[in-house]
Design a protein around this ligand. Structure first.
Ligand code: ATP
Ligand code: MG
Length: 580
C-alpha cells in the first residue's frame, strides 16, 4: 500500500484523555479514533491488525474442527429471560425495545443464542461433540469504559460454544480449546500466563483465564512462590490465619463515635489499625439477608460469595434495607445481636482468628470495643459459617506457600458451563442408550481488541510500538529518503518486488522529510524498514533496520527484496511455530 493514499493520521502529542501507553499509541499511530466513550473507529492500519489477529484465531479454531457461524448481534430478550440473565447480567446488559414492543438485547456474550441453536439442531449423539464459534461484535454497558480498547463498550470477541453428552467429552474439547488458545497467543506474539478462574455468574464447574502480565492490567494474578499454581484474584484461596493469642478483654464497651461511617474515620477516631476492626457487610438475596464479616483491612471476594451462595443472585443491601435490619445508619452495622435476624452469616477465617476487635454497634454514631469472636457473637451454628471469603493479600499463604501478586490483562477465558443453559433452553438429545439427556456445554472467549492492546503494552519504546510481525499492520516499510528520481525509482522497484514475494509492504511515498517518515515508521511499529537514501544508493546499497534493534545495516540493492522477504518468512515462522 502507498502511504500517501492511506489514512494513517499519526499525531505527535500524547492525547490528553489516554492514560495508558497502549491507548496513547493506538491513537498516536493512527490505528483508531474515538467515536464516543468506549467505542472506537478502527482506521486502515488498526483494521489490518484486527484482521490479522482474527485470521490467526480462525485458523486455530478451524484446526480443532470448530465450525464458524454468525449469530445475530441483536437477540430477543425472551431468551435471556429464560436463563434469568436478563436480571443476573445487571446493568451491563444493553437493551432496547423495538417498534413492536419486543425487548431486545445487544449481545454481550451468546450462550443463550448458541443453546437455542443447539436445542433446535442437535438431535442425536451422533452429531456430538459439536463446537460452534463466531467472531462478532459484543456490547457491554461497562460502568467505567477506560484504557482505550482494553475496557470498551463495543468490542470484537471470538466466542465458541461446545455441546456434549458427558463430562469426558466436554473435558476433551475444553483441553483442545485450551491448547488452541496457547497457539493463538503464541502466534500473536504475546506472552501469557494461564490461571485458574472462577466461573461466577456464567455458572459451571471449571474455568481458566489467559492473562498477559503487564503493569496496566486490571486483573490481579496470584501465584505460589514455587510458581506451581496460579489463580485470578477472584479464585485465589488463602490459608486461615493462625488464631491470635487470647487477651484479657473486658466486657463489650459501647463508645460514641460521631460521624465515623468509614473504616478510616473509625480508625482515626478510636486510634486503631484497620486490622483491629470487624467490617460487617449486608447483602440481599430475594427477601433474605446475608451478613459477611471481614477484617477492616480485607475485602470481600464477590466470586467466593457467589460460590458460597450457590450462585443465588444477590446484591449489596441498599440504605433502606440496612437501616431496617440494623436500626442504624449505614456504616454502623456490627455482628453483636444481629445474626438472629438474617438467614446466613459468613465469617472470614481472619475475623474468627481475632482475639478481640472493634465493630459497629447497630446504633447510629456508636461502635463497640472489646468484641471477642465466639464470646460476643457466635462463630458457628446452623446459619453461621467460618469460611474463606476475602481477597488474598500480600503476606497470605496457601498450603503454606507464600502468595505473590502480578497485574495482567485478561485476553481469553475458557469455561465448562455444564447444563445451566441447555436445561433452561431445552438443548437435549438422545444418547446411545436411547435416553434423553440435557447437553453439557463449554464456552470459550477471546478478546480480539485486547490482544492488540496487550501486545502494545508489552511492546513499545519511547518512539512508538514494537509489534510482533504476525500482527503488525505491515511487515515491511519501504522509505525513500529523498525526492530524486533514482531514489523514487529504486524504492518503487523494491516495493514491487516485495509485493510480488507476498510481503505485506507499505511504501512511504509522501512528500515529506525523511525524519518525519522515520518517526511515523517507528510509531507504527513496522518490524522491518528498508530505506533508500542518496549516499547508500550511490554505492549500490539500501539501508536496513529492524524496529526492535538499535543498529542499521545495509543490503545490496539487487538482492535486498529477496533477502528481506526471507527475513520476513523467518520472523513469522518463529512465532507461527509455537513453543511446545
Ligand atoms: P472482564 O473481567 O475484564 O470484564 P470478562 O471476564 O467479563 O472480562 P468474558 O465474558 O470472559 O469477559 O469475555 C471473553 C473475553 O472478551 C475476555 O477474556 C476479554 O478478552 C474480552 N472482553 C470482555 N470485556 C471486554 C471489554 N469491555 N472490552 C474489551 N474486551 C473485553
Ligand atoms: Mg472472563
Amino acid at each position: 500500500m502507498r502511504y500517501s493514499q492511506t489514512l494513517i493520521p499519526t499525531i505527535k502529542e500524547v492525547p490528553a484523555d489516554a492514560e495508558i501507553i497502549s491507548h496513547q499509541l493506538m491513537l498516536r499511530a493512527g490505528l483508531m479514533r474515538k467515536l464516543a466513550s468506549g467505542t472506537y473507529i478502527y482506521l486502515p492500519a488498526g483494521q489490518r491488525m484486527l484482521d490479522k489477529v482474527m485470521r490467526i484465531v480462525r485458523q486455530e479454531m478451524n484446526r480443532t474442527g470448530a465450525q464458524e457461524i454468525t449469530m445475530p448481534f441483536v437477540q430477543p430478550l425472551e431468551l435471556w429471560e429464560k436463563t434469568g440473565r436478563d436480571v443476573d447480567y445487571g446493568e451491563t446488559l444493553g437493551q432496547f425495545t423495538d417498534r413492536h414492543g419486543r425487548g431486545n438485547v445487544l449481545s454481550p456474550t451468546a450462550e443463550e443464542g448458541f443453546a437455542f441453536l443447539g436445542a433446535n439442531e442437535i438431535k442425536s449423539y451422533k452429531q456430538l461433540p459439536m463446537n460452534l464459534y463466531q467472531v462478532n461484535t459484543k456490547y457491554r454497558d461497562e460502568f467505567r469504559p477506560r484504557f482505550g480498547v482494553l475496557r470498551s463498550r463495543e468490542f470484537i470477541m471470538k466466542d465458541a460454544y461446545s455441546f456434549h453428552l458427558n463430562e469426558d467429552c466436554l473435558h476433551k474439547t475444553y483441553m483442545e480449546m485450551y491448547d488452541a488458545y496457547c497457539r493463538i497467543f503464541d502466534r500473536c506474539g504475546v506472552e501469557f500466563v494461564i490461571v485458574l478462574a472462577e466461573s461466577g455468574e456464567m455458572g459451571g464447574s471449571g474455568s481458566h483465564q489467559f492473562t498477559v502480565p503487564c503493569e496496566n492490567g486490571e486483573d490481579v494474578i496470584v501465584y505460589t512462590d514455587d510458581d506451581k499454581e496460579a489463580w485470578n484474584i477472584e479464585k485465589a484461596p488463602v490459608d486461615p490465619l493462625p488464631k491470635q493469642d487470647p487477651v484479657e478483654a473486658g466486657p463489650v464497651e459501647e463508645v460514641h463515635t460521631p460521624k465515623t461511617g468509614t473504616i478510616e474515620d473509625v480508625c482515626a477516631f478510636l486510634k486503631l489499625k484497620p486490622e483491629q476492626l470487624i467490617k460487617t457487610l449486608i447483602y440481599t438475596a430475594g427477601d433474605e439477608r446475608v451478613v459477611v464479616l471481614v477484617r477492616g483491612d480485607h475485602e470481600v471476594n464477590p466470586e467466593k460469595l457467589i460460590r458460597l451462595l450457590d450462585g443465588i443472585h444477590h446484591e449489596m443491601a441498599d440504605e433502606a434495607a440496612i437501616v431496617e435490619l440494623t436500626g442504624a445508619a449505614v456504616g454502623f452495622a456490627g455482628p453483636v445481636g444481629l445474626f438472629g435476624k438474617v438467614s446466613k452469616v459468613f465469617i472470614d477465617h481472619a475475623v474468627a482468628a481475632m482475639a478481640v476487635g472493634a465493630t459497629g454497634a447497630n446504633k447510629t454514631d456508636y461502635h463497640l470495643m472489646n468484641v471477642v469472636p465466639g464470646r460476643d457473637f457466635p462463630t458457628d451454628g446452623e446459619t453461621v459459617q467460618v469460611v474463606d471469603i476475602r481477597n488474598a493479600v500480600e503476606g497470605d499463604t496457601y498450603e503454606g506457600k507464600t502468595l505473590l501478586f502480578k497485574r495482567g490483562i485478561e485476553v481469553g477465558q475458557v469455561f465448562k458451563l455444564g447444563d445451566k443453559y441447555s436445561k433452561k433452553l431445552g438443548a437435549n438429545c438422545l444418547g446411545e442408550d436411547g435416553k434423553q439427556r440435557d447437553l453439557l456445554m463449554g464456552c470459550y472467549g477471546i478478546g480480539v481488541n485486547r490482544i492488540i492492546a496487550s501486545a502494545i503494552e508489552n511492546g513499545h519504546d519511547e518512539n512508538g510500538m514494537i509489534l510482533p510481525i504476525t500482527i503488525a499492520p505491515w511487515e515491511v516499510i519501504v522509505t525513500p529518503a529523498g525526492k530524486e528520481d533514482e531514489i523514487v525509482e529504486a524504492a518503487d522497484k523494491i516495493y514491487q518486488q516485495l509485493l510480488a514475494a507476498g510481503v505485506e509492504v507499505l511504501i512511504d511515498d509522501r512528500k515529506a522529510r525523511a525524519g518525519i517518515k522515520f518517526k511515523d515508521a517507528d510509531l507504527l511499529g513496522i518490524p522491518i524498514r528498508v530505506t533508500i537514501g542518496k549516499k547508500s544508493l550511490a554505492e549500490g546499497q539500501v539501508e536496513f533496520k529492524i524496529r526492535s534493534e538499535p543498529d542499521h545495516s545495509t543490503l545490496p540493492l539487487d538482492t535486498a527484496a529477496q533477502q528481506v522477504a526471507e527475513m520476513v518468512q523467518n520472523m513469522k515462522a518463529k512465532l507461527d511455530k509455537p513453543k511446545q
